[in-house]
Design a protein. Structure first.
Length: 338
């Protein structure tokens, strides 16, 4: 198993350079309320030499497939062939609220979108008339970017069984988030179903997990509560992925208490309502040796690259740089490193 750093846009260059120096395999740039992935990766491409760059993730409703192909080709060229295209369909609230794109039939839309993007990245002119996307006509999509020969790997963010099977079928890897080793095992089983007769050799299994280093798990968890409140408070609570995940793990009463406090405007109280057990199962918490034990569990579950979410901890750039170093030392102690 290798490590990836899941960046925050403030200090992204310093974080990526430090991760590269510590032997990290990849740097991921998330896309959400605070920053887009492309701008951050363009910066990182210019200040690093060897670390792979992954959009984690570029949102499918936010860009037509032709623009995604052109962007991927450009980032791949700027980085000397180091770019990996991470894509995700987002969620109903963001898809319609931010981008004005209906969320209906997301798996079919994803399949069609990836097909168009891959064909465009192959370099030939593309004309496509599908159920969800139309490109071409008098001006076929023709990406002429000069870059390193070869395909750009496509990784899909996926949660449910059908989406995981789709990732196994059409993608080169899976991007997960806020997931436990047990959930990774279940996800890999679904991915295998999508792969059919193909094995998982070369298929990337890359979940990113919040990480905080402290003397005790409780102290580390407290540094992450704000991030959990932020993500669990996005959109409709009945459709929110993170709330649904917590409920599925047996924390229905705790999620209800969390939402009650959040609705009342008490964000600190909402964070305090989240049990340590939930955070501990979905994050890397505590001192280096304890984090090393958790890394072994993720490796045993089938993770090929583990994303370290320095963006989740309530700290500044020095604290995030320290997390990058501590996680590298934890992987070395775990014995799970490649």
């Amino acid at each position: 198993m290798r490590l990836a750093v899941n960046l925050v846009h403030q200090g992204a260059g310093a974080l990526a350079r430090t991760a590269e120096r510590w032997g990290y395999a990849a740097a991921l740039a998330p896309e959400g309320y605070r920053s887009d992935a492309v701008s951050v990766l363009g910066l990182v491409a210019g200040v690093t030499d060897s670390i792979a760059l992954i959009s984690g993730v570029m949102q499918i409703p936010g860009r037509p497939p032709a623009m995604t192909a052109l962007t991927a080709a450009t980032l791949d060229a700027l980085s000397g062939g180091r770019f990996r295209l991470g894509l995700g369909v987002s969620n109903p609230d963001v898809s319609t609220g931010w981008y004005g794109v209906p969320f209906a039939r997301p798996l079919e839309r994803t399949r069609e979108y990836v097909s168009v993007v891959r064909r465009a990245l192959e370099g030939g002119p593309v004309t496509h008339r599908g159920e969800h996307f139309e490109v071409g006509g008098p001006a076929p999509v023709h990406v002429l970017t000069e870059r390193t020969p070869g395909p750009v790997p496509v990784l899909l963010a996926a949660v449910g069984p059908r989406n995981l099977r789709l990732a196994g079928e059409i993608a080169d890897g899976w991007l997960g988030v806020f997931t436990s080793p047990e959930a990774v095992t279940e996800a890999v089983a679904e991915i295998r179903k999508g792969r059919g007769s193909a094995d998982l050799d070369g298929f990337e299994v890359l979940p990113s997990v919040p990480t905080a280093v402290a003397d005790t798990p409780q102290e580390a968890a407290d540094a992450l509560r704000g991030q959990y409140v932020y993500l669990m408070g996005i959109g409709d609570p009945e459709r929110n992925f993170y709330c649904s995940m917590a409920r599925s793990m047996g924390y229905e009463a705790e999620v209800a208490a969390f939402l009650d406090r959040l609705k009342a405007g008490d964000r600190a109280g909402a964070g305090a309502a989240l049990p340590l057990g939930f955070l501990d199962r979905t994050a890397l918490l505590g001192p280096v040796d304890r984090i090393a034990d958790r890394m072994r569990a993720y490796a045993d579950a089938g993770v090929t690259t583990l994303g370290v979410m320095v963006s989740a901890a309530a700290t500044g750039l020095p604290g995030r740089l320290a997390i990058v170093e501590a996680a590298a030392r934890a992987l070395e102690r775990s014995g799970a490193g490649d």
